[in-house]
Design a protein around this ligand. Structure first.
Ligand SMILES: [Zn+2]
Length: 161
């Protein structure tokens, strides 16, 4: 097993598409090709739409949105937001992992969005410090505290209401 799988094969991708019930539409192929061509890219929905338009493969905004959701659901794309931006960016899952911030994180169980807490958030810092002290009392030395809080994000709660 080598790590440099030829891009045209990607049996795992084909499998994931099948399992997610995603049809290999023109739009889907165009979107995946864009990410394959620029592995470090993490565009917003609007930037992707613009790019597809420029390539002569325009995709309706709602269609593109649904397609991206399903690609994220199938694990073929990752979605993240940088705290201040309040807008989703899409990227290859490996990139999201490499860039995932260490530190307190809120993860929505409904949409899988990960929302990092500001690093200087006093509450998060206090929790990390309390944990460090508990461990210290037990004789352990904590090097890093990665907190993950699971729940339902504001957008999903609103959509649910
Ligand atoms: Zn959510």
């Amino acid at each position: 097993m080598t790590t440099d799988t030829p891009p045209e094969l990607l049996p795992e991708r084909a499998l994931r598409l099948r399992m997610a019930g995603l049809r290999r539409t023109r739009a889907l192929q165009a979107v995946l090709a864009l990410f394959d061509g620029a592995p470090g890219w993490s565009p917003t929905h609007a930037q992707l739409a613009e790019r597809l338009q420029a390539l002569g493969e325009p995709v309706n905004a709602v269609t593109l949105y649904r397609l991206l959701e399903r690609l994220v659901g199938a694990g073929l794309l990752a979605r993240r937001t940088s705290g201040a931006e309040r807008v989703w960016r899409f990227c290859m899952p490996a990139l999201a992992e490499a860039q995932s911030p260490h530190g307190p994180l809120f993860e929505c169980d409904a949409c899988q969005r990960q929302i990092p807490l500001p690093e200087d958030d006093p509450a998060a810092r206090a929790v990390a410090e309390a944990l460090r002290q508990t461990l210290a009392r037990q004789g352990h030395q904590a090097a890093r505290v990665d907190l993950a809080v699971h729940g339902t994000c504001a957008d999903c709660r609103e959509a649910d209401a």
